[in-house]
Design a protein around this ligand. Structure first.
Ligand code: GAR
Length: 223
């Protein structure tokens, strides 16, 4: 992605609470992220994310999947709405529907997801439960480019948190979520600065292939 003359236009997809969306909106409002949320889109009409968007004066709409004959038919209708706001980048921030391969392939390199695990560990749902069941000492979150391989796209950046004795799913989820927000913002700043591109499905930073995911440090920069 070359350095851009205008703010990065984001379309944010969210199915629920929308705390990652809120982090984006707040960072834009305070001038710490040079981007614009062009629209927020949900498959869940009651998603709190939609109200957060409207409260910030951002276009928000929901399209439930019920009644569509196939995943592809829903995706086509949903992404027609997303495309209408002409995003540079689609950010899946708690979007819990699987996106079919045709819609993903059309946007490879232009769609990011934040996933609550240190990918490739613990893909899919209930990642905190998976981490506790596996007995790992470290857990975290990843920001990756979306490809048709579910939660398997190239990882741009990660944040690590400890798993502590006595953790339950809720405690671990809260510790991870608190670090997801700065992780997502730091990743988006790199994209907004035109510093990141996906080439041949390999993440490039400042024109060079990234050998391993960037790691968010305690002061919210990258190591
Ligand atoms: C976040 O923890 C995000 O990583 C996760 O959903 C949560 C959404 O929280 N995403 C996934 O599990 C995607 N498979 P939020 O709605 O408060 O941003």
């Amino acid at each position: 992605m070359a350095a851009r003359p205008r703010a990065l236009r984001l379309a944010v997809l969210a199915s629920g609470r929308g705390s990652n969306l809120q982090a984006i909106l707040d960072a834009i409002a305070t001038g710490t992220l040079d981007a614009e949320v062009a629209g927020v889109f949900s498959d869940q009409p009651e998603a709190r994310a939609l109200q957060r968007a409207r409260d910030a004066g951002v276009h928000a709409e929901a399209l439930p999947a019920t009644g569509f004959p196939s995943r592809e038919a829903f995706d086509a209708a949903f992404f027609a709405r997303v495309d209408a706001v002409r995003p540079d980048l689609v950010v899946c921030a708690g979007y819990m529907r699987i996106i079919g391969a045709p819609a993903v392939e059309a946007r490879v390199g232009h769609m990011l997801n934040i996933h609550p695990s240190l990918l490739p560990a613990f893909k899919g749902l209930r990642t905190h439960r998976q981490a506790l069941a596996a007995g790992v000492g470290e857990h975290g979150a990843s920001v990756h480019f979306v490809t048709p391989d579910l939660d398997g796209g190239p990882v741009l950046a990660q944040v690590r948190v400890p798993v502590l004795a006595g953790d339950d799913e809720a405690a671990l989820a809260a510790r991870v979520l608190a670090r997801e927000h700065p992780l997502l913002l730091a990743a988006l700043r790199l994209l907004a600065g035109g510093r990141v591109a996906l080439r041949e499905r390999v993440v490039h930073l400042d024109g060079a292939p990234l050998a391993q995911p960037l790691q968010l440090t305690a002061n919210d920069g990258f190591a």
